[in-house]
Ligand binder design. Sequence first.
Ligand code: HEM
Length: 145
Amino acid sequence: MYPFLLVTHLLAAIAFIGTLFFEVFIWHSARQQLANGGQLMADQAIAMRSRKVLHGVVLLLYGAGIGLAWQYRGVLSQPLASSFGTLLSLKIVLALSIIGHYLLLAYWLKSARLTSTRASWIRRSILGHMLLIVILAKAMFYWQG
Ligand code: HEM
């Protein structure tokens, strides 16, 4: 079961990070080449499609993550006792903070306060979180402080 969860977790992480990478580093400037009306339509089409696909991806990512973390519940019950426990706990806190970002995004969207500047800063922050999460996910196995 563990290898299956690990591969699912890794593939979902790649899909999630790849989507955000596309939005921040490719689409953000590529859209400038379209006329104003075209930009808006393409923005909406990409946002609608990525929201739909990401729902499934996020469920797999977090679901598999919880399954993996269950194996380390002993370590996680004393997060400060080992560097592995500390780094894994920090990684989980950052993953929860990403959920917080999406809740804020949903709140702004609902209350019609989501400007394009806010949307792009939220995306950058999520991508930054992910970068740290991946570094922590690897460091926790190799860094014995
Ligand atoms: C945005 C969310 C997340 C991302 C991008 C992410 C990414 C990753 C990556 C890249 C790895 C390394 C996998 C490998 O090299 O084989 C990993 C491992 C791990 N993740 Fe996550 N993760 C996320 C959320 C979570 C959550 C919410 C949990 C638990 C509640 C979690 C628990 C774990 C555990 C326990 C491992 C170690 C697995 C092992 O190698 O034994 N992750 N994660």
